[in-house]
Write a protein that binds this ligand. Structure first.
Ligand code: HPA
Ligand code: ZN
Length: 326
């Protein structure tokens, strides 16, 4: 079996991590003071105590409220810098982090402010710590397709710095088909494409993400196991699923870790790996997710190696770069 030491020491990539979801309660509290933003909390402990979620929406409400403390380029830098320090600690050699520009542009923060701070932190993480990273731009699916298209157009001057577009936020009632044209345009502009699907939403949303958006990777996708044909398709095509164990338990997708379907997906031959999603909201960074799985299941070293291997083979690093890692 894989010990904690073994898991912590494994070289890993992370492919599903939302930058706003890496805002720690301590940084939220200090940025609120620095930027004079009012929060409905009087201490860091109160923030932590508020993190009890009953579903995805109850989490998103607090995620977007927390993000309101981010205003300046330096704030986005500090946030990303904090996450990269955790990457270093968790032996993450490569990360494909996502950001949600609309969370910020909708409250008047310029797109350029957001992305400049993030890109500066990515450069520093590479120079100082040798951490490789790519940036994914997610659209908020509870907003309109027009808003997503406008965001896509705003991103074009930066398109060489953004590897892919994705889709996140409230899944139920906002199927991938709502964004068919936006994703077609994004692909035409040279972006790779991913989407959250099958977290709370049905297998039909995973099919739509594949057939209509033409995604190369599914974020979450754990509800694929309700559709045998879909499982078969995912096995044959090896379209990766970026699974997030602590997130799924904290958002009640599974009642407890022992009920998680990570192993049944692996046993069905799907390409899956472990990710942290929103580490400061769900109680742990990447290694904590590996530990939580190893605590609930007999995780062998071979299985852990496969998960870590899949994290690299599912990434958007090109074949030449990949040889550095695999
Ligand atoms: N699902 C949907 N939207 C999100 C998530 C998630 O897991 N995390 C941050 N935004
Ligand atoms: Zn996510």
């Amino acid at each position: 079996l894989a010990s904690r030491e073994f898991l912590a020491g494994l070289p890993k990539a992370e492919l599903h991590m939302h930058l706003d979801g890496a805002l720690s309660p301590a940084m939220m509290f200090s940025l609120a003071q620095r930027n004079q933003v009012k929060l409905p909390y009087t201490s860091v402990e109160e923030i932590e105590a508020a993190y009890q979620f009953k579903n995805l929406q109850s989490f998103l409400d607090l995620l977007y409220q927390g993000a309101s403390v981010l205003k300046h380029e330096q704030d986005f830098y500090d946030l990303a810098r904090d996450y990269f320090a955790k990457c270093k600690a968790d032996n993450i050699l490569h990360t494909e982090l996502s950001f949600d520009p609309q969370t910020h542009t909708d409250r008047g923060i310029p797109f350029d402010t957001v992305i400049s701070g993030i890109l500066r932190a990515m450069d520093d993480a590479k120079t100082e710590w040798g951490i490789s990273s790519k940036l994914v731009m997610d659209f908020l699916r509870h907003l309109s397709a027009e808003s997503a298209m406008k965001t896509l157009e705003e991103s074009l001057p930066w398109k060489d710095k953004i590897i892919a577009v994705g889709l996140d936020s409230s899944e139920l009632g906002h199927p991938p088909s709502k964004f068919t044209e936006v994703f077609a345009r994004a692909r035409a502009e040279g972006y790779r494409v991913v989407a959250h699907a099958g977290e709370e939403g049905p297998p039909a949303y995973i099919w739509e993400a594949i057939d209509l958006l033409k995604v190369e990777r599914i974020d979450h996708g754990v509800r694929a196991d309700e559709d045998p044909q879909l499982l078969d398709y995912l096995q044959k095509t090896q379209i990766p699923l970026t699974v997030c164990p602590l997130s799924n338990v904290r958002l009640c997708v599974f009642d407890k870790m022992a009920e998680h379907n990570l192993f049944s997906l692996m046993d069905a031959g799907l390409r899956v790996m472990i990710n942290s999603d929103d580490p400061t909201y769900f109680g742990g960074y990447l290694n904590d997710n590996y530990f939580a799985i190893a605590d609930a299941f007999p995780l062998t070293r071979k299985q852990a190696l496969l998960l870590a291997h899949n994290s690299f083979t599912s990434s958007f690093i090109d074949d030449v770069e990949k040889q550095e890692f695999i």
